[in-house]
Design a binder for this molecule. Structure first.
Ligand SMILES: *Cc1c(COP(=O)(O)O)cnc(C)c1O
Length: 398
C-alpha cells in the first residue's frame, strides 16, 4: 500500500482520532467513510503489471480493502508511526509478525507472563512445528534477559503491562539489550493503549495492539494491528501473512472499529481515572490480598510505568481475594453492574477469575496463585462500580 501523508500529524491524539483516515466520499459527498463489503474490484484493462500477491491495487478483499486501509491510517496516527497493518484479530497480528520474522533455527525470547496465545505459540507451536528456539524469560530481570539474548536471537517479544498480572517491563532497557545484540523488539501494547504508551518512541521496532479492546471499545468487533516504521518488513508481513496466509480483517469489522476509535482517547482518559480510583479503593478493602495496578505507588513496576507511560496507567486491575476458586466464582456471579465475562476494554466493566488450576499459574509471581481475578474497568460511574464490588464481596462473606 502506498502510504498517505497524515495531514493531522501535528495535532493532539484526540484530534487525530477524529480526523485521520476520514474524508468526504468522492461519489456522494457523504462526510462519513462508506462500508465497502465488495470482495472483488474492477481490474485494470492491462493485466501485465498486476501482481496477485500485492496489496498495492484494490483487487480482492484479502489483498486489502478500503475500510481496512482507512483504519490503518488512523491506527498509525495514534502511534505517530509511518505504517500500520490491521488484521482479523489481535492474535492474527501477533502470528503475522512472528510468522514473517522467524524461521527454523532462529531464537526468540518471550516473557514468562504473556497473553495465552503467545504462550501457546512459543511454548508448543513454533518450537515443535518449525524448529524455532523459544526461550521464556522473566522480563523484569534485565540480567536474565541479557543472558537470554545470544547471537542468533532474531526477536525479543514483550508485553507491558502484561496480561493477566499487570507486570511492568522496561521497554527502553529491553530495546537497548535487543539492539546491542542484533535482535528486534516487539511490544504488545494492548493493556496500555496508545493514549498511555508509545513503544516505538521508546525504541521498539514493532507494536501489537488487540484493537478488539480499547481502540474499538464497544465489545462488538474483533481486530488486531501491527504498527511500525520499518516499511520493508511491513510489506513482507502484508505479502507473507495477510495475502498468502489470509488473516485479513472483514470490511465490516474495520468499519466498526474505525467508528469506535473516534472516541478512544476520550474513553481511555475516563477509564484511566476510574481504574486509579478503584485500585486505590481495593487496596484498602479487607479480604483483598493484593492489588496489581501500575498506577499504585505500592506496585513494584510503578517507577518504570511512570517513566514510560503518560496520561494514565490503563483500565485493567489484577487483584486477589483471600478465598478459594469457588468463592471467587460466586463473587463474580454476584456482581450486578460488572459483567462476568472474558475480554477487556469494553464500555462495560468485565471480570474474569484466573483459577488456581490454570497450567500457567506457576509462572506468575507467587501472590497470584490464589484467588486471582482480572478486572477490566469500564465507563460506568466509578462509585457504582465500587459499590457493586463491595456488595458482591459482602454477599460471599468477604
Ligand atoms: C486480547 C489480547 C490479545 C488478542 O487479541 P484478540 O483480538 O482477542 O485476538 C493479545 N494481547 C493482549 C495483551 C490481549 O489482551
Amino acid at each position: 500500500m502506498a502510504k498517505k501523508a497524515n495531514k493531522f500529524a501535528e495535532y493532539d491524539i484526540s484530534t487525530q482520532a477524529i480526523h485521520t483516515g476520514t474524508d468526504y466520499d468522492a461519489e456522494t459527498g457523504a462526510i462519513r467513510r462508506p462500508l465497502h463489503m465488495a470482495n472483488s474490484y474492477k481490474l485494470p484493462d492491462d493485466l501485465s503489471q498486476v501482481n496477485y500477491s500485492s496489496t498495492n491495487l484494490l483487487m480482492y478483499a484479502r489483498n486489502g480493502n478500503p475500510n481496512q486501509h482507512w483504519l490503518e491510517e488512523k491506527i498509525a496516527a495514534l502511534h505517530r508511526a509511518d505504517d500500520a497493518i490491521v488484521l482479523g484479530s489481535g492474535v492474527a497480528a501477533l502470528h503475522a509478525l512472528f510468522w514473517t520474522l522467524l524461521k527454523t533455527g532462529d531464537r526468540v525470547v518471550y516473557p514468562r507472563v504473556s497473553y495465552m496465545a503467545v504462550y501457546r505459540m512459543f511454548n508448543e507451536l513454533f518450537n515443535r512445528k518449525f524448529g524455532v528456539e523459544t526461550v521464556m524469560v522473566d522480563m523484569t530481570d534485565l540480567e536474565a534477559v541479557r543472558r537470554a539474548i545470544t547471537p542468533g536471537t532474531r526477536l525479543v517479544h514483550i508485553e507491558t503491562p502484561d496480561n493477566p498480572t499487570n507486570g511492568v517491563t522496561d521497554i527502553a532497557a529491553i530495546a537497548k539489550l535487543a539492539h546491542e545484540n542484533g535482535a528486534l523488539l516487539s511490544v504488545d501494547n494492548t493493556f496500555a493503549s496508545p493514549l498511555n504508551q508509545l513503544p516505538l518512541e521508546l525504541g521498539a521496532d514493532f507494536v501489537i495492539e488487540a484493537i478488539t479492546k480499547y481502540i474499538n471499545g464497544h465489545g462488538d468487533a474483533q481486530g488486531g494491528a501491527i504498527i511500525s516504521n520499518d516499511l520493508a518488513t511491513m510489506d513482507r508481513i502484508r505479502y507473507e501473512a495477510q495475502v498468502n496466509v489470509g488473516s485479513v480483517i472483514s470490511p465490516f469489522n474495520a468499519w466498526q472499529i474505525f467508528r469506535g476509535s473516534v472516541t478512544f482517547p476520550l474513553r481511555m482518559d475516563r477509564i484511566n481515572k476510574s481504574a486509579q480510583r478503584i485500585a486505590e479503593w481495593l487496596e484498602g478493602r479487607k479480604n483483598v490480598t493484593f492489588v496489581s495496578y501500575p498506577g499504585l505507588t505500592s506496585n513494584p513496576g510503578h517507577e518504570t510505568a511512570k517513566k514510560q507511560m503518560r496520561n494514565g496507567f490503563g483500565g485493567v486491575i489484577s487483584f486477589g481475594l483471600n478465598t478459594d476458586d469457588k468463592t471467587v466464582e460466586r463473587f463474580c456471579a454476584a456482581l450486578k453492574v460488572v459483567t462476568f465475562a472474558v475480554s477487556l476494554g469494553h464500555d462495560e466493566s468485565l471480570i474474569f477469575p484466573q483459577p488456581s488450576y490454570d497450567e500457567r499459574i506457576l509462572l506468575y509471581p507467587s501472590k497470584f496463585r490464589n484467588g486471582f481475578i482480572r478486572f477490566s474497568v469500564g465507563l460506568e460511574e466509578p462509585a457504582d462500580i465500587i459499590a457493586d464490588l463491595d456488595q458482591a464481596l459482602r454477599s460471599v462473606g468477604l
